[in-house]
Design a protein around this ligand. Structure first.
Ligand code: 5GP
Ligand code: ZN
Length: 114
C-alpha cells in the first residue's frame, strides 16, 4: 500500500469509498466526480502506477472484474452502453497514479464519454 495514495486508502477502508464489487485482486467503487451517473472505477488491490506493472494473474483478475460488473453498472443506471477505458500515464490524462479502469455508462445521444 502507498500511504499517500487515495485509491490505496479506499481499498484499505481508511477513507470512505462507495465500493460496488470486490474480487481477490480488484476493487470497484464509484467515481467521486462522475462523468455520468454510475461512473465506476476498477482498481487492483495492490498499488501499481501503470498497467504494465501489474502481474499477469492480477491483471487477468482485474479485467475479469471489469467483464463481470459491466452489465450491472449499465443496468443500475438504465444506460444503453458503457465506455471502458484507461488513462495509462500522465500524458494520457492519468491523474491518480494507481492504475484504474473507467466504466462510464453511456446513453443514446449523450455525446460524452472518457
Ligand atoms: P484519471 O484522470 O486518473 O484517469 O481518473 C481519476 C479519476 O479518479 C477521476 O475520474 C476522478 O473523478 C476520480 N477520483 C479522484 N479522487 C477520487 C477520490 O478520492 N475518490 C473517488 N471515488 N474517485 C476519485
Ligand atoms: Zn495506490
Amino acid at each position: 500500500m502507498a500511504e499517500d495514495c487515495i485509491f490505496c486508502r479506499i481499498v484499505a477502508g481508511d477513507i470512505p469509498g462507495r465500493i460496488v464489487a470486490e474480487t481477490d485482486h480488484a476493487v470497484a467503487f464509484l467515481d467521486a466526480n462522475p462523468l455520468a451517473p454510475g461512473h465506476t472505477l476498477v482498481v487492483p488491490r495492490e498499488h501499481y502506477a501503470r498497467l504494465d506493472e501489474i502481474p499477469s494473474d492480477e491483471a487477468a483478475d482485474l479485467f475479469g472484474a471489469v467483464h463481470d460488473i459491466t452489465d450491472s453498472v449499465e443496468a443500475a443506471v438504465d444506460a444503453d452502453a458503457v465506455s471502458i477505458g484507461i488513462n495509462d500515464g500522465e500524458a494520457a490524462g492519468q491523474e491518480v497514479p494507481h492504475t484504474h479502469v473507467h466504466l462510464v455508462p453511456r446513453f443514446e445521444g449523450d455525446g460524452g464519454g472518457p
